[in-house]
Design a protein around this ligand. Structure first.
Ligand SMILES: Cc1ncc(COP(=O)(O)O)c(C=O)c1O
Length: 388
């Protein structure tokens, strides 16, 4: 069993963003990385490279691209050729490349809000319109869930060139069902909208929930879809910046790769070495242990909010290590993110960065030890209690 009770001192390196952006008195529960060491097989691969001592130019070779393709078949029975896979410096790079390749100042990107803040940056970075498709928020006692408004989805998505799907969803923790995915795809195909499916969180499944990559639903959907995958979230190696696009449709692939080549987004060699191991089966038992730990942390968070934070609402994420909390019914005036930073010395993520609907909400990262999670929640609870 992997030990997820101990977390290394991340302030040791001043380049660590999560633990250094705020003061030393602040507990960071914001940016989406975990406080754990990466699995030993990945660390060993990096050690082997270090011991070799040569840091010459490297590339995503056939063996690596085949490893990604094989992993898709092992996990989902999805047969893709290694030629359908291309590497880039992460997933933000991947969807930015897709936006540059397929969007125009007239037809841009459609996103379902609230959603990962970087999705909102594309419009300015690339100079294209953004079409927001808000989810419908549902409340049952103190539990939040989000659904799609299908009429709105069709009305809005057809204005875009690409639909950037986040599945599993950051920050809402949704895993979309096969039926929902098929319905989204049908609408996109009808209106000639390319689907870019960001599946970076697809390894972080809680409660043994199944996951269906959009492109596996049918050959027709596969032809319209660019799938983005990466080992970075699952194995806690986002700083190595290595991600992959899987594009079985040759025409889409050629357009994507032409843009990728124009931008010269070469992955640094440690990312390549780590990915090769991540896509083998060598880290599977570590991942089983991690998922168990994350389920326990998620349950702890949901129970804690229900018991000790009256008027606060929470999602029950089906995937990811990200919780989404609603403070709109509490006595907090203004941004709860600012409130907790000042009064609890806890840094969560500001809800508004995920879209206007995020006002009054925060995202909390529970990818840490139980002790740290409890410490953060205790501090937040105390600050809330002081308002009564
Ligand atoms: C949905 C989603 N996509 C992409 C990323 C970042 O990807 P990368 O670091 O590979 O660019 C994140 C990080 O939080 C994310 O949540």
């Amino acid at each position: 069993m992997t030990d997820f009770t101990s977390t290394p001192n991340r302030r040791k390196f001043t380049t660590d963003i999560k633990w250094n952006l705020y003061g030393k008195d602040v507990l960071p529960m914001w940016v989406a990385d975990m406080d754990f060491r990466a699995p030993e097989p990945i660390l060993n691969a990096l050690r082997r490279q270090l011991d070799h001592g040569v840091y010459g130019y490297e590339w995503a070779d056939k063996e690596l691209l085949a490893a990604v393709a094989e992993r898709m078949e092992t996990l989902y029975g999805w047969k893709v050729k290694p030629q359908a896979v291309s590497a880039a410096t992460g997933i933000v790079s991947g969807f930015s490349v897709a936006a540059r390749a397929f969007c125009s100042p007239k037809r841009g990107v459609a996103i379902q809000t609230p959603v990962y803040n970087e999705f909102h940056e594309i419009k300015n970075n690339i100079g294209i319109p953004q079409v927001d498709i808000p989810f419908v928020k549902r409340i049952n006692e103190n539990i939040l869930s989000y659904e799609m408004d299908w009429d709105l989805f069709e009305k809005r998505v057809k204005k875009a060139a690409i639909f950037l799907l986040c599945n599993p969803h950051n920050p809402l923790g949704i895993i979309f069902s096969r039926d929902d995915l098929a319905r989204m795809a049908q609408i996109c195909i009808k209106h000639n909208v390319i689907i870019v499916s960001d599946e970076i969180h697809s390894g972080l499944l809680l409660d043994n929930n199944p996951f269906t990559p959009m492109a596996t639903l049918s050959r027709e959907i596969e032809r319209h879809t660019i799938t983005l995958v990466s080992p970075s979230k699952t194995y806690n190696i986002p700083g190595l910046f290595c991600g992959f696009a899987v594009i079985p449709n040759r025409e889409l692939r050629e357009r994507y790769n032409a843009e990728l080549n124009r931008l010269r987004l070469h992955v640094a060699s440690p990312g390549l070495h780590a990915a090769k191991i991540a896509y083998s089966a060598q880290c599977d038992s570590w991942l089983d242990d991690l998922r168990r730990h994350l389920v326990e942390n998620r349950d702890y968070l949901v129970e804690y909010v229900g018991k000790y934070m009256p008027d606060v609402r929470t999602t029950i994420p089906a995937a990811t290590y990200l919780g989404w909390l609603d403070f709109t019914q509490t006595k907090i005036k203004g941004s709860p993110y600012k409130f907790f930073l000042k009064n609890a010395k806890v840094a969560v993520s500001e809800g508004k960065i995920f879209g206007a609907e995020g006002a009054g909400h925060v995202r909390i990262n529970f990818g840490t030890s139980r002790r740290r999670l409890k410490e953060g929640l205790d501090k937040m609870r105390k600050a809330l209690e002081a308002l009564r």
